[in-house]
Design a protein around this ligand. Structure first.
Ligand SMILES: Cc1cc2nc3c(=O)[nH]c(=O)nc-3n(C[C@H](O)[C@H](O)[C@H](O)COP(=O)(O)O)c2cc1C
Length: 183
């Protein structure tokens, strides 16, 4: 893969944690591409307040994610990366996923026309202190629901489990490398 737009959406509090280490490897593996990183722990954005402004106005009432949404719509590949926190995404990443509500309302307001014209691909990376499988499956399902109205094809997912005891980092990295052999 070369000369593509890659958006890495980070959801881990720990810069040196397993999620971010895997994201760093993605940056190395895809260095021939234009990479933008959006770290939900560094960026400041408001949560969705369910005001339904987007239903009538075609955009979110908050303007703090305008640049992000543009990058999200124009990317070729999107990486979602999150630790498992209490069985799901970290709070900031969950907050970002909730902000996709603006696309959800537009999808239904338009009679189920995809609000984003460009078809993009996505890979999900997660790290869990324990086996994490149930949470990982649940998070994949949550993302699949969102992707169905975001014109995103979910191509791969990688879990790095047992980080509290015997991290399976090397296996996760090998699995991640396989993700990029799809082209
Ligand atoms: C607030 C919090 C909640 C957590 N909840 C879970 C959990 O539900 N299941 C689990 O397997 N690990 C849980 N963990 C452990 C993390 O998933 C694990 O430490 C992971 O490696 C964190 O990602 P990181 O290495 O990228 O920082 C939790 C950790 C924190 C800080």
């Amino acid at each position: 893969m070369k000369n593509k737009r890659v958006l890495i959406i980070k959801g881990s509090a720990r810069k040196e944690g397993y999620t971010n280490r895997l994201c760093d490897r993605v940056q190395e593996l895809l260095s021939d591409n234009q990479i933008v990183v959006f770290d939900t722990f560094d960026e400041k954005f408001l949560p969705c307040n369910g005001c339904n402004y987007c239903e009538k106005n075609g955009r979110c009432v908050h303007r703090d994610l305008d640049v992000f949404f543009e990058q999200f719509e124009n990317a070729d590949l999107i990486i979602f990366a999150s630790p498992v926190y209490n069985g799901t995404f970290s709070a900031p990443l969950k907050g970002l996923i909730d902000r996709f509500q603006t696309y959800y309302t537009r999808f239904y307001a338009s009679g189920k026309v995809q609000p984003i014209k460009k078809r993009r691909r996505a890979i999900f990376i997660a790290a869990a202190g324990r086996d994490g499988k149930k949470s990982f499956d649940f998070m994949k399902w949550q993302l699949s629901c969102a992707f169905s109205i975001l014109n995103v094809e979910f191509i791969h997912s990688v879990l790095c489990p047992f980080t509290d005891t015997e991290p399976r980092y090397d296996e996760a990295l090998e699995e991640l490398k396989r993700s990029f052999t799809y082209e």
